[in-house]
Design a protein around this ligand. Structure first.
Ligand code: TXA
Ligand code: MG
Length: 325
């Protein structure tokens, strides 16, 4: 396995070829790093599951270079989905749509729906374009972490998570730190009304503005109700507690205006909500690197991106606080 820093055009072409040849390529996206495989190659996709240690009934998101590729993977695409795709792709949004023939059971976990996303990081855009030039149709990519662990936002975090499971010919592309820092917004577009399955940087307010209607609370699945999404996702080794009180020796993550409780170890002090999203997973990892037993996190208030950060905090704390809505 090789790690390629700031890949050149030529190196990206080689990575696309590696995908086409059935290897795994971990690559940067603006949300988190993905563990990619040719989405039409069952053997390659099965390696994603074994490397991640993920149950095979958990569906994978197919990444494509542009909306033009969408009809390879999806059919009966409703108008509101097209509108969202045109507005927010490339970007941190995944659409769940009725699957087309290329989306086999080994991608969809046997469901009739498929998740599709056009990521925005320049290296991922280039990788997908080069892959498609070689005849590829899409790249299946979950977050590049072991099942249940925190998503990686740097190439080094991918290496730490999965390095030992990679083989000859597999690659990690290093494109710097993911700028968004939390996974894409997932929107189910298979019903009359859309349902937000996972909040992200394409916020409820942005979706409402795009579609010109109000998203009701029943259209926002809370993290404990979403199908196939387990409570203990996104967990570091340390226990995560939602509170403003930290004891000596605890890790502490909060907006910069919260003073560090005496004796606790400050892991992040973001000054705005975008920065909070960007550093949150890294801060959890830092707590594990320091061998902390407990990390205290102060959920940011308000709507927009704060909703997605709170969602990840609740999941990291394994559903200790369940009443988000
Ligand atoms: O930002 C992201 O979305 C990252 C980057 C790499 O693109 N990917 C990502 O993938 O977070 P993953 O597999 O770690 O999380 C995707 C979630 C899973 O909870 C999965 O169950 C859900 O999306 N999902 C995927 N396809 C689905 C489908 N057809 N129906 C319902 N849920 C689906
Ligand atoms: Mg994941």
């Amino acid at each position: 396995m090789d790690i390629i820093s700031n890949p050149t055009q030529d190196e990206i072409k080689k990575a696309a070829k590696a995908l086409k040849d059935g290897h795994l390529v971990a690559f940067p996206t603006e949300t988190v790093y993905g563990l990619g495989a040719d989405a039409t190659n069952e053997k390659a996709v099965s390696r994603i599951y074994s490397v991640k240690g993920r149950p095979t009934d958990h569906p994978l998101i197919v990444h494509i270079s542009s909306i033009n590729q969408l009809d390879k993977w999806a059919i009966d695409i409703p108008e509101h989905a097209v509108k969202l795709a045109k507005e927010f792709w490339p970007g941190p949004m995944t659409l769940i749509l009725r699957r087309n023939n290329f989306a086999k059971d080994f991608i969809t976990g046997g469901q009739g729906n498929v998740g599709v996303r056009v990521p925005a990081h320049p290296a991922s855009s280039e990788l997908l374009r080069e892959f498609e030039k070689l005849g590829g149709l899409g790249v299946a990519a979950p977050s590049a972490n072991r099942f249940g662990a925190v998503s990686p936002t740097t190439a080094y975090a991918v290496y730490e998570e999965l390095g030992e499971f990679f083989g000859i010919g597999d690659l990690i592309l290093d494109g710097g730190q993911s700028t968004v820092g939390i996974e894409s917004t997932i929107i189910d577009c298979t019903k009359d009304e859309i349902v937000v399955l996972r909040p992200g940087a394409v916020t409820i307010e942005m979706i409402e503005n795009s579609l010109h209607y109000k998203i009701s609370s029943s259209q926002q699945l809370s993290e404990t109700k979403a199908p196939g999404i387990l409570d203990n996702h996104y967990s570091p080794k340390a226990i995560v507690v939602l509170s403003e009180d930290a004891q000596a020796g605890d890790g502490f993550i909060a907006m910069a205006n919260f003073p560090t409780p005496k004796g606790s170890i400050r892991l992040a002090a973001p000054t705005d909500i975008e920065q909070f999203a960007r550093v949150f997973f890294m801060a959890l990892r830092l707590g594990d690197q320091k061998g902390l037993n407990k990390i205290v996190v102060v959920p940011p208030g308000g709507g927009g991106l704060a909703v997605a950060i709170r969602d990840r905090m609740f999941k990291a704390s394994a559903g200790q606080l369940r009443s988000e809505n």
